[in-house]
Every structure is written in structure tokens, then in C-alpha cells.
Design a protein around this ligand. Structure first.
Ligand code: ATP
Ligand code: MG
Ligand code: MG
Length: 577
């Protein structure tokens, strides 16, 4: 939580001492329940929850449900779940819609104070009042501005019309309540913003029977006020809105929270927009909203990225006003760094090649003690070493060369943790496909008193030992960037034209060593997730490093018969796209 001591937030913290009425820091995270949260939201979550936590305060999870069109009940649950997964506990949950009654009273109060009026202008008329001329390509801004003709109507009339709006007299666009601000102010957020309107379409609000609803501008400030939010933290697009936010609270003489802004977090090389992700899902470019190639938080979770890695990443970016465009490679670097010290290590062979060590007896079975990590705190486990083992196909070459140090005919290589190295002797090929089916090798156990051969390199392997349930067979799904460029959004033929055709690579015959059984039994990894207390979340938490290969996590599609592993990230940054 170091980030919350520094930067602009500590200034706000000092600027307004807490009062008796507002004895502790209270923030809110205000998502609209109209989609799954993405990595950008994790910054908003970390800031709002982190800032209040750092100061011993509290954070409310508020569903900002003022726009029925795209909102759905399932998103409330998904948002709640993912906030929880990130390790944050809201002090309570609220909805903007909980306050509709109170907001209506405040709207009436605002009219009575001569701070709002009912307007019947068309959208074109409103644009003209705001100095917009022409439409489409012809459109210009900055023209002369003028007041709406309804703004001078009597207060009584606006009160009656507002009542009529709520009683269903008008259709969408025929009447709206507007704030009586200052059209001459250079700030567009002061140009008589809409406060209540009748939404387009006939989709009923899922939690209210109202057909006339408050706008974001009206509801957001006043919900903050009603809930006693001390610090209303939002992204910099709302900087100009601070003036209207304060105007509204002051006009009504209600408690006014501090609005402060921070920069948005954007990832390059991917798309975060809901509309675009829907397209990717519907057109089958990805498996679903939680496809590991996406950057929704459910996708990152499914891919196996631990919440701690996401929070570290956000923390490292720091809380500043400037927005950040961060490359996905930088995010992966952060993830790799986090996993390096927090997950156990195993041997995983992605594309197995069978090795028969001819001079070992058929029933040779030696148990070797393997540490789970460089960190002794992770403990050790026993793995069998047998006559038949599997190595990575890419660790063998038919033709040796002097600059090659892994296995080839006549070449000696070490098998990680096995007492003595092996030397390849011959190999067999499938006569029709030409694929190597098996390599024969010799175990380099020295004669009594002789020195053991020292191999130039060590490779990973998995034993064939039915008695020890080895190998554990798995399908590995390796993910590459979903787009070819860093900026899919600006592709001249649209973002779909920038799709990388090789963004998912399947290894159907992968093998994992027996330590996997132990890891599965004692998940979650990293262990600190368990302390967050959410056992449900542990189903997302079987992660490990496949030595020399990559970090892996068990995918949610895994069944009793089939283990599916997602490649979280490679061990090194090899994408170099
Ligand atoms: P999107 O259009 O990407 O869904 P949004 O602003 O409509 O974004 P909300 O559901 O309103 O999404 O977001 C909830 C909170 O998260 C808001 O306070 C918003 O400012 C913040 N937020 C959204 N996207 C980002 C981002 N990329 N970086 C930081 N904060 C963000
Ligand atoms: Mg949104
Ligand atoms: Mg929003």
C-alpha cells in the first residue's frame, strides 16, 4: 500500500481535515454494472480501496446504475466477485438506484432554489445553444452560445413539468430537467447540464420502476454527498466536471466531498472497449469474456495471473494525474517478477520425446528429492526416476554441432536432479512421417573410483512411472498477443484486421511431473491468497513454474479426465513483437 502515502492523494488528505460529521476517510468504487471490469479498472479499485485502507478508512462498492440500457443483473455479481478476488472488502454495497427517492427530492429542491428547469429542446437545439454548428464532417465548435428559452420559465411551472415527466406525460427527448448553471462560463460542464431525463428505448430499470432517471452528473455528485464520501476519486476526463460537481452540492447546500482526479491506465496492444470485446467473442476470435488473451479481469484470473501481481503492477505505475499507456510486455514483466518468488517449480514437458535409457533395468525406480523452489521455505517432494523418461522434443537434435549443448547422438546431457548424465546413442523414426519416435540413451554412471562425466547443460524431464502416477498428462494452451500491432484500434481496416492468427497454440500431449499432485492438493499458490480468506477464489489458484519453460495455471475447463494448463507468461520476454 506504499503508493497511498505519496502523490496527489496525500495532498488532498491534508488539505481538508476530517470533521466530526465525517470522522474517517471514505471512498467509493463506482462501476456501472454494464460489463466486466478490465485491467484499467484495477487501478481505480486499487486507488479507492487502497487509499481508504491506508488511512484506516472505508470504501463503498457503489453500482452506478443510472443507465438501464446496458445494465444487467449478472454484472453486479461479476463485479462484486472480481473486487473480492483482488482482495478488497467493501464496507458495504450501494446502488445509485437506492438513492433515487432522495435524488428526486433533491431535484425538486434544486428547482425551488432556482437551480434547475424543465427543458423541451431537441438535441440539435441544445447543441446550438452550446455553440455547436453543423453536423457530421461539417460540425464546428466554439460558436456563440445562448441560453435555453425554457430557463426563465417560472419555478412553479418547472415543478409541475418535472412531476409530469415522472408521471409518464413525456417520451424520451421531449422533456428533461436541466441545471441552471452559466452558459457564459468557458467550462462546458457549466452549460446547463442535464440532471434528469427519460432514457431512450423501453428497457426498464432492473431495480426501479422509474421511467425518468437522474443523469450521471446529477446522481454521481449527490450519491457521493449522501453517502458521506470524503474523497471522490475519478479519472482525469472528469477534471472539468469538478466545477459542476461542486456547483451542484453548493447550490443545494449539502455536504460536498473532495473530487480529485488520477490518470487512466491504458494497455497498448489490446482492446478494452466493451463493444470490441463483444465482437471478438461473438465472432469466435476468443473463447469468451474470460479468454486468457483478453485483459478483462476475469480473463487475467483465468489465465492464472495472481491478484497480487496486478496490484503490484498498478502500484509500480504510481498514482499520478497523467494517463499511462503501458505495453502488455511491461505488464507481463511485472507478472513474471511476482511469480518468480511466489509459486513452486515443477518439470513440465510441452512436446514430449521418449528417451529409453537402455542400460537401466526395466524396473529401475529411484526416488529423487526435488525442491519446490530456490526458496527452501517451499519444501521438497520426491519424484521417480525410471528407465523411460520424456524430454522436450526441442532438447534433441538428430545432427550434433559444436555450439549445441543439449541432447544429440553421442552427446551427453544432464537430467535435472538425476545423479548422472545420459548420452544419446541411437534414435528411431516413424518411416512414413519422418518424426522421431524415441531416442536410446546410456546412463553415465561411472565405474567405482572413476570421475563422473560433467555435462555442459541440464534439461528437464518427466518419468514414466504408473506406480507414481507419472506423467500427469495435460493440454497446454500457450497464448501470444491477440493483435499484431501495438495499436489495433488505429488499423485502417478496423481492429479485427490486426488480429494475430497465431495467438493461441495448443500442446495436446504435454506432461507434468508428480509434484503436481502435491501442488494441486495444497493450492492456492501463492500462499498469501489463502489469507484473503476466499476459498472459492482458490479454484483459480493452482499455479507453478515449469522449469526452463514458463509459468502455468490450471484452466477452469479442467475436468477429472483432462488437465488443461494455461501458459501465464513465458520465463523470459520472448515475444519481441
Ligand atoms: P469503460 O468505458 O472502460 O467501461 P467506464 O468509465 O465506463 O470505463 P465505469 O464502470 O464507470 O467504467 O468505471 C468505474 C470506475 O473505474 C470509474 O471511476 C472509472 O473512472 C474507473 N476507470 C474506468 N476505466 C479506467 C481506466 N482505464 N483506468 C483507471 N480507471 C478507470
Ligand atoms: Mg464501463
Ligand atoms: Mg463510467
Amino acid at each position: 500500500d506504499a503508493m497511498f502515502k505519496v502523490g496527489f492523494l496525500s495532498d488532498v488528505y491534508q488539505e481538508k481535515p476530517l470533521s466530526e460529521a465525517v470522522p474517517k476517510i471514505r471512498t467509493r468504487f463506482p462501476p456501472e454494472p454494464n460489463g466486466y471490469l478490465h485491467i484499467g479498472h484495477s487501478k481505480a479499485i486499487a486507488i479507492n480501496f487502497g487509499f481508504s485502507r491506508f488511512h484506516g478508512g472505508e470504501c463503498i462498492l457503489r453500482f452506478d446504475d443510472t443507465n438501464p440500457a446496458g445494465e444487467e443483473e449478472r454484472y453486479y455479481e461479476a463485479i462484486r466477485d472480481i473486487v473480492n478476488w483482488l482482495g478488497f472488502k467493501p464496507v458495504r454495497e450501494t446502488c445509485a438506484s437506492d438513492n433515487f427517492e432522495k435524488l428526486r427530492e433533491l431535484a425538486i429542491e434544486l428547482i425551488k432554489r432556482d437551480g434547475a428547469y424543465v427543458c423541451h429542446c431537441t438535441p440539435a437545439e441544445v447543441r446550438a445553444q452550446r455553440g455547436e454548428r453543423g453536423e457530421g464532417k461539417e460540425k464546428t465548435l466554439g460558436g456563440e452560445r445562448f441560453a435555453c428559452s425554457h430557463r426563465t420559465r417560472p419555478i412553479e411551472e418547472s415543478l409541475a413539468e418535472f412531476k409530469a415527466m415522472r408521471e409518464g406525460k413525456y417520451k424520451a427527448g421531449e422533456a428533461a430537467l436541466r441545471m441552471k448553471q452559466d452558459i457564459t462560463d468557458p467550462n462546458p460542464q457549466m452549460w446547463d447540464l442535464f440532471a434528469w431525463r427519460i432514457p431512450e428505448g423501453d428497457k426498464q430499470h432492473h431495480r426501479s420502476t422509474e421511467t425518468c432517471l437522474p443523469t450521471y452528473d446529477f446522481a454521481h455528485a449527490l450519491c457521493d454527498s449522501i453517502e458521506g464520501i470524503t474523497h471522490s476519486l475519478c479519472t482525469t476526463e472528469f477534471e472539468l466536471s469538478r466545477v459542476s460537481y461542486e456547483w451542484l452540492c453548493d447550490k443545494l447546500e449539502v455536504y460536498r466531498p473532495n473530487q480529485r482526479e488520477y490518470g487512466r491506465l491504458n494497455l497498448t496492444g489490446t482492446v478494452l472497449s466493451k463493444r470490441k470485446i463483444i465482437k471478438l467473442v461473438n465472432d469466435g476470435y476468443v473463447r469468451d469474456w474470460d479468454d486468457p488473451r483478453l485483459y478483462t479481469l476475469i480473463a487475467l484470473r483465468r489465465r492464472g495471473i495472481p491478484p497480487g501481481a496486478i496490484l503490484n503492477f498498478v502500484n509500480d505505475l504510481g498514482v499520478t494525474k497523467s494517463g499511462s499507456n503501458v505495453q502488455t510486455a511491461k505488464f507481463e514483466f511485472s507478472v513474471r517478477q511476482f511469480l518468480e518468488t511466489t509459486v513452486p517449480r515443477l518439470m513440465v514437458v510441452t512436446e514430449p520425446l521418449k528417451i529409453i535409457i537402455d542400460d537401466l533395468p526395466d524396473d529401475h525406480e529411484e526416488l529423487l528429492e526435488m525442491p519446490f523452489s530456490k526458496d527452501p521455505a517451499f519444501g521438497t517432494h520426491m519424484i521417480p526416476f525410471t528407465k523411460t523418461v520424456y524430454i522436450e522434443r526441442s532438447d534433441f537434435r538428430e545432427v550434433d554441432s559444436p555450439d549445441y549443448f543439449r541432447l544429440a547422438p553421442g552427446k551427453t546431457v544432464g537430467l535435472l536432479k538425476v545423479p548422472y548424465p545420459i548420452t544419446a546413442t541411437t534414435f528411431e523414426k516413424d518411416p512414413t512421417t519422418g518424426v522421431i519416435t524415441c531416442v536410446h540413451a546410456k546412463y553415465e554412471k561411472p565405474e567405482e573410483g572413476a570421475a563422473a562425466k560433467k555435462p555442459k547443460s541440464f534439461i528437464h524431464w518427466v518419468a514414466e512411472s504408473p506406480r507414481h502416477n507419472s506423467p500427469v498428462r495435460a493440454e497446454i494452451r500457450a497464448f501470444n498477443p491477440l493483435f499484431k500491432s501495438d495499436d489495433p484500434n488505429s488499423h485502417p481496416d478496423g481492429f479485427l484486421a490486426d488480429i494475430n492468427p497465431d495467438s493461441e497454440q495448443i500442446f495436446p500431449d504435454a506432461m507434468v511431473e508428480t509434484g503436481f499432485h502435491e501442488i494441486r492438493a495444497s493450492a492456492p499458490w501463492p500462499k498469501q491468497e489463502a489469507e484473503e480468506g476466499d476459498i472459492e477464489a482458490n479454484k483459480h489458484s493452482i499455479r507453478f513454474q515449469g522449469m526452463r519453460v514458463a509459468y502455468f495455471a490450471v484452466d477452469r475447463e479442467t475436468t477429472a479426465d483432462k488437465l488443461i494448463l494455461n501458459r501465464i507468461v513465458t520465463l523470459k520476454d520472448t515475444q519481441g513483437k
